[in-house]
Design a protein around this ligand. Structure first.
Ligand SMILES: [Zn+2]
Ligand SMILES: [Zn+2]
Length: 349
């Protein structure tokens, strides 16, 4: 088999609408698998990268790092997967494999040149990486994960970025029985945080800007919902939480939120605002509070997350779209008009 030409949706230049095109996927190397993509989630970060919000991107850009599909061919050295297997690919497709973090299964924090992002990055062979808004993907078997039979591929796709982004900090900071967890923001990330934290056995509170999403939050498994637009919320919930996970990518009043932590509580940032946030050290020292961040998760932990979600019946709430609706979907994501993740049906590409 040689390089293959496959269909994809790409932005030709920064801010350009996504249009149908053809791209090349590399010939299978010894440990590569070819994936026939079935579904690809739309992550808010796709829009940031297409728009060049996070610096110069590599164009033409094929976004997509919430990929679910079936193995359709394997290289001669592949041992982990066979043709027909249900697999997923998340935010990265390679890393150095030898640094302390890679060895520990935390490839997302690779110190040997950083993880190789699934798109908008330069692969270790010098070629640009192209993501999941496509019919096929070639990836090293060590950077794919198994999607359990119990999870439908469409609702599983967003777990590969949004799901692991919440699962990893919830596990790391011990969300579970007896712990009070707050999820700030009920969007693509937050709604999965609620489901996962609830399944882990924690008491879950959603902090949303307005009361609008209260019914959804409770339906998804939250025990309580409070509107942060109401100043009384911050008095009422003072000192309440062991863990707050902030999924919002706009700046907020950090000190007000730190006031909601109990002693030894942790505030974890997973959303990425484009402006710095200010915090007084007093807000941390009084109560031995921690301000932390977390970025996706490693391959082993992503597999653990998928197995956990399968066991607990957790998938993303999705709206499946045809590829020709991608640009419209982007506009709706920016308007927060999605409950809670768009997923592209790759058969329409
Ligand atoms: Zn993402
Ligand atoms: Zn590494």
């Amino acid at each position: 088999m040689t390089d293959t030409t496959v269909a994809a949706y790409a932005a030709a230049t920064p801010k350009a609408p996504l249009e149908k095109t053809v791209i090349t996927r590399r010939e299978l190397r010894a440990h590569d698998i070819l994936i026939e993509i079935k579904y690809s989630g739309i992550c808010h970060s796709d829009i940031h990268q297409v728009n060049g919000d996070w610096g110069d991107g590599i164009f033409p850009m094929v976004p997509g790092h919430e990929i679910a599909g079936l193995v359709s061919a394997v290289g001669p050295g592949v041992t982990r997967y066979a043709v027909g297997d249900r697999v997923g690919v998340g935010c990265f497709v390679d890393s150095c494999r030898t640094c302390e973090n890679c060895v520990a299964g935390q490839e997302q924090y690779c110190t040997g040149g950083g993880m190789t992002a699934t798109y908008n990055a330069t692969d270790r062979d010098g070629e640009p990486t192209l993501g999941g808004y496509s019919t096929h993907l070639v990836v090293d078997e060590n950077y794919a994960v198994t999607i359990p039979e119990a999870l439908a591929l469409d609702v599983a796709a967003p777990l590969l970025c949004a799901g692991i982004t919440l699962y990893s900090p919830l596990r790391h900071w011990g969300a579970g029985p007896g712990k009070r967890v707050a999820v700030v923001g009920l969007g693509g990330l937050g709604h999965l945080g609620v489901k996962i934290a609830h399944a882990l056995g924690a008491e879950v509170t959603v902090l949303g800007r307005t009361p609008a999403k209260r019914p959804d939050a409770l339906r998804l498994g939250a025990d309580a919902y409070h509107a942060t637009g109401d100043p009384a919320t911050f008095e009422q919930l003072a000192g309440r939480f062991d863990l707050i996970v902030n999924t919002v990518s706009a700046t907020l009043d950090l000190e007000a939120y730190l006031g909601l932590l109990r002693t030894d509580g942790t505030f974890v940032q997973v959303g990425i605002p484009d402006q710095p946030m200010v915090v007084s050290p007093f807000a941390l020292v009084n109560g031995r509070k921690a301000l932390a961040g977390s970025m996706i998760g490693g391959i082993r932990e992503t597999q653990e997350m998928l197995d956990f979600c399968a066991e607990h019946g957790i998938g993303s709430e999705i709206e499946v779209i045809a590829a020709r609706q991608i640009n419209e979907a982007y506009a709706r994501v920016l308007a927060s008009d999605v409950r809670y993740r768009f997923v592209i049906d790759a058969a329409t590409i």
